[in-house]
Structures are given as structure tokens and as C-alpha cells.
Design a protein around this ligand. Structure first.
Ligand SMILES: [Zn+2]
Ligand SMILES: [Zn+2]
Length: 558
């Protein structure tokens, strides 16, 4: 008889997306500590705020653990095609090379993304139908339609020999979502009847009371705003929010206007939405070349750039840098999006630029021109009531959101509420608990490269941007004297001190002084010389400037 080994169990670990909104990567495991088979759900990115991480475009989850466990990783299922859920696939799939499962719209978006990125890998995607049920290794997976802010957001019902998990993905309740089906309440209630071991769920809006308004409410506001506009209208939103694109198109049509798409992401999504049927019955969009000859009261420009991205359509229009599309006094701009935390300054810059030109700017501060795609407290409460899970694990949120979601679940009588962090290994079956840790962390996309988050480059860049750098070259003769005057280069350092004296000259003197105060024997050792000069230069500059720059000393024996 085979050795029994430790009992089989169901575990779960977040490798990203817990304690932050973004970079979602959660894994489920069946087996025991000797061997587990894994299923990964989503592989997303976070966007880096420029001032914190100079030169870094994206933050990706560290997949070290999955690379180690690659032979036991059965596949990756995508819940939906938002960047925080699928944006890291192109960069990280080559390290994993396991099958990817996605519904048609998500698969089409991934294919379009790969096609637009030179050098993107060929990712084999198993396209699965919405609401379908399929097996991946020991995991029996059923998709459950959820309303969200992109077509085809799916919760996963993951059935295992040790119980069923509801992995909610991103969701909300919306009886009139404009596009696609509402959240599948019947299927969720049926899961509650069948028995749900754990609910692993979206916490984004757990701090907000009540229920979120519907996409249809937003559509009504946008219709009124387009109808009442005296001149041109521009609407900016996330291109992936196809329901919103549809609402704008229908509102424009009702007002006798045509829609001009501005921005590559808009063109790309519109094409995919046409191909997948999500724009059926909507009049054709026009290219930017049509903008110039359409009368001001006959056009709506649908633009990218809702986050203030400097190269996107709205910023270029605001600065009058767009070749085809212009706005002027009396035109109306509708910002049909929320500002993602970290982008406030960039968005403010664009909107202020528009307002300076006497263009009317309408945001969700005064009008219902945007709703979130995430559940508020009454929606979370409804879901827990339908599914009746034994365990609730809050994910997809910062500490505050996770905490509020956990508190709400406890208030509703859930016995096991597990507050975990990225890298915690959580046992769901048997006696639920955090039982171990697995490697987790972050990677940075730095230009064309993926680098470790603790690599020195980014830290160096931050120091450079704060305090500049000094580069010193010394020619060291065999007799232990300098063969020439030091060569000096100051980068990003003020030229003169408070008294008006040259800092470069002072540094030059300090170098010679530091060198000559060394015993002759040590002067012949290039490393000792470099270190002594480096210290002297940094403190000499700190004395005059109040900041310590980076300093590199090259000692060349001649
Ligand atoms: Zn998300
Ligand atoms: Zn989402």
C-alpha cells in the first residue's frame, strides 16, 4: 500500500492583489505539503506613480514561486481583461508556459495586445464559453457571470474534493448593465444551497455604504448632457468600458450627432467589441479625419486619456497638440471615469488646461457620469447572504478595504474571516488557518526589461533625482603622487554655495587635500584612495549644500 502521507487539503495563496489594488495573482492548491497541484487566477499589473519609482512603467507580481512549481501548475484562468488582472501575462507567461483560459472577449483583447507589442510571446489561450464548466487538473471550474465595468467579468466557482470556493473576481450588482447579463444571482444562490466552503472576494468598495448606481443611470445623465450641449462634446472614459462606449454612442445618436473615436485604445477596443458582438446595433464610429468637417453640434469625440496620461488623446487636445481634434470656448468635456489614486495631479493638469480655455468640464463630482464596477456594502452583504460561505477571505483591496470587508463578514456571522497578506499560504479545508508562507514580491518593468524590485537601479535613480552625482577620475603615479589634476564632473549639483564660491573648485581642493593626508603607503592602493576621496567629496558637498550626492571615484594607476 502506498504511504498515506499527510492528509490532502485545499490551500490558497495571494501572490499579489492583497494590500493593494492591482497586480492580482491568486493561486489555489490541492494536495499536501509534499506535493500540491496549483491553479493560478489572473496575472495583473499595477501602475507605478512616476515620482516614487522614476523610470518604472509597471509593477508586476514576482512569480518565483510559480516558476519553481511550474510542473505542478495546471493553468491560469483569467476572470476578465482589466490590466490589473491580465496585464502581466505578456511579460511573465514565458516564465510559466502553462495553458491560459479566457472567455472570448478577454481572449480577443489579449490577442490584440500581443499583436500590438513587438516581441510578445505566442500565448496559447483556451477560449472557454461564458457560464461554462471545465476541468483543469484537480480543479472543476464553473464560470459565473458578474456585472462589472468591462464585458465578460467572471466569478469562478472552483470545486475540489475538499470543497467549493467562490472566487468573485471584480463584480457589482447591476440589474441594467447596458451590456451583457446582470450578475447571475440564481447560480450564486444555487452555490449557497450546494454548500460553499470559501468566498474569496473583491473588497474595493467595502468602505462605501449602500448599493452602487447602475450603468443605466449613468447613460441617462450622459444622454441629457449631450442633448443639452450647445457645441462640441468630448467624452473621456476607459476604452475597455464598452457599456459606457455604447451609452455614449446611443446618446449621441439620440441627439443627432456622430461619434468620432480619438486614441488608439478606443479604436482597438471598438474593433474587438464589434467583432464580439458588443456593439451590435450601434452606428459606425467615425475616424478623426471626419472631425474637421462635422458641424460642432453634430459631433461627439470619444477620447482616451481619462487618467491625464500626457500622450493620450485628451491631454493632447487640451494642449492643442492633436492633429485633427480641437476644442474651443463653449465646448463641453465629460469625464466619465474616476481618477485612480496617484493620477490626481496629471488629471488636474489636463482639466485645468481645458478650463483655462473656457471649455466646460463635467466630472462625477457634480453629475452621475461615472459609477464604479465594484460592490458596495449592501452588495457584499447580498452576496454573502446568497452564498453562505463558511470562510470569507477579503482580497482586491488596500488594508482599509480588506479590514472593512472582514468586519462586515464577521458582522454577518461568518465564523472564519481570514485576513491574509501577499505570500501567506492559507488552508481553507479542515481547520482554516494561515499555515505557511510562499515567496511573493514585486518586479518592475523598466524599459524593455523586467527587474527585481530590490535591484539597486531604481534606488540609485531616486537618489540621483534627489541629490545628483559626482564623478571623479584620478591618475595615480607609481610613486604614490597624483600624475595630474583630478578630473571632476558634477551632475545635478548647484554651481555655487551660499557665499558665491564655486562648489566644483571646493571639491577639487578637498580631493587633493584628502589624498595628501593619506599615508604614502596607502596612497598606492587604488581602493583605499577611492574610498577616502569619496567620503571627503560627499561631506564637502553636504557641508555646502545640505545634501549628499552619489559619488563615483575612478582611480587609474598610470
Ligand atoms: Zn480589478
Ligand atoms: Zn476589473
Amino acid at each position: 500500500m502506498a504511504q498515506a502521507g499527510p492528509p490532502q487539503e485545499l490551500v490558497f495563496a495571494p501572490l499579489g492583489g492583497v494590500g493593494e489594488i492591482g497586480m492580482n495573482l491568486l493561486i489555489y492548491g490541492v494536495g499536501n505539503e509534499r506535493r500540491r497541484q496549483w491553479l493560478a487566477v489572473d496575472l495583473g499589473v499595477s501602475f507605478a506613480a512616476e515620482e516614487h519609482l522614476p523610470g518604472i512603467d509597471l509593477i508586476l507580481p514576482d512569480v518565483r514561486f510559480l516558476v519553481e512549481e511550474r510542473k505542478n501548475l495546471c493553468g491560469i484562468v483569467l476572470t476578465h481583461a482589466h490590466e490589473d488582472h491580465f496585464g502581466a501575462l505578456i511579460d511573465l507567461w514565458p516564465r510559466l508556459q502553462v495553458p491560459v483560459y479566457a472567455t472570448p472577449f478577454s481572449a480577443a483583447l489579449l490577442a490584440a495586445k500581443c499583436a500590438s507589442e513587438p516581441g510578445a510571446p505566442q500565448i496559447p489561450v483556451n477560449i472557454v464559453a461564458r457560464n461554462s464548466r471545465f476541468g483543469i487538473g484537480p480543479f472543476d471550474i464553473e464560470l459565473c457571470t458578474m456585472a462589472h465595468s468591462i464585458p465578460e467579468s467572471n466569478a469562478l466557482i472552483i470545486r475540489t474534493p475538499h470543497g467549493a470556493v467562490l472566487h468573485t473576481g471584480d463584480w457589482k450588482l447591476d440589474d441594467t448593465p447596458i451590456l451583457g447579463d446582470p450578475t447571475d444571482e440564481n447560480k450564486l444562490r444555487a452555490l449557497g444551497q450546494e454548500g460553499c466552503l470559501a468566498l474569496v472576494g473583491d473588497s474595493t468598495n467595502a468602505v462605501r455604504e449602500g448599493r452602487s448606481p447602475s450603468e443605466a443611470d449613468v447613460a441617462r445623465t450622459i444622454t441629457d448632457l449631450i442633448k443639452s450641449a450647445p457645441r462640441r462634446v468630448a467624452v473621456t472614459t476607459f476604452a475597455s468600458n464598452v457599456a459606457r462606449l455604447r451609452a455614449v454612442a446611443e446618446a449621441a445618436h439620440a441627439a443627432g450627432r456622430e461619434v468620432v473615436l480619438v486614441g488608439r485604445a478606443m479604436d482597438r477596443i471598438a474593433q474587438i467589441a464589434r467583432e464580439t458582438g458588443y456593439l451590435d446595433g450601434v452606428q459606425e464610429f467615425r475616424g478623426t479625419d471626419a472631425y474637421g468637417y462635422l458641424p460642432p453640434d453634430k459631433v461627439v469625440a470619444l477620447c482616451t486619456g481619462s487618467q491625464g496620461e500626457p500622450r493620450a488623446a485628451l491631454a493632447r487636445i487640451a494642449e492643442d497638440q492633436h492633429p485633427d481634434v480641437t476644442l474651443s470656448r463653449g465646448d463641453r468635456v465629460i469625464v466619465s471615469a474616476r481618477t485612480i489614486p496617484g493620477n490626481e495631479k496629471a488629471v488636474g493638469r489636463v482639466l485645468n488646461g481645458l478650463i483655462e480655455q473656457e471649455i466646460e468640464v463635467i466630472t462625477d463630482r457634480t453629475h452621475l457620469v461615472h459609477v464604479s464596477g465594484h460592490p458596495r456594502r449592501a452588495e457584499l452583504e447580498a452576496l454573502i447572504g446568497w452564498v453562505k460561505p463558511k470562510i470569507v477571505v477579503p482580497v482586491h483591496g488596500e488594508a482599509l478595504h480588506l479590514h472593512e470587508h472582514a468586519a462586515l463578514a464577521r458582522k454577518l456571522g461568518i465564523k472564519h474571516v481570514i485576513r491574509c497578506r501577499n505570500g501567506d499560504l492559507v488552508r481553507l479545508s479542515g481547520d482554516p488557518a494561515i499555515i505557511d508562507e510562499v515567496p511573493a514580491g514585486r518586479l518592475y518593468k523598466d524599459g524593455a526589461l523586467i527587474v527585481e524590485a530590490d535591484a539597486r537601479t531604481v534606488a540609485d535613480r531616486k537618489r540621483l533625482s534627489f541629490a545628483g552625482a559626482v564623478s571623479v577620475a584620478l591618475a595615480l603615479a607609481e610613486n604614490g603622487e597624483l600624475a595630474a589634476d583630478p578630473e571632476l564632473d558634477l551632475i545635478g549639483i548647484p554651481e555655487r554655495d551660499r557665499e558665491g564660491n564655486s562648489i566644483a573648485q571646493a571639491v577639487q581642493d578637498v580631493i587633493i587635500e584628502a589624498f595628501q593626508s593619506m599615508p604614502r603607503g596607502r596612497r598606492r592602493d587604488p581602493d583605499s584612495v577611492a574610498e577616502a576621496v569619496r567620503r571627503a567629496v560627499r561631506s564637502a558637498i553636504a557641508e555646502r549644500w545640505g545634501k549628499k550626492p552619489m559619488c563615483h571615484v575612478h582611480v587609474l594607476p598610470v
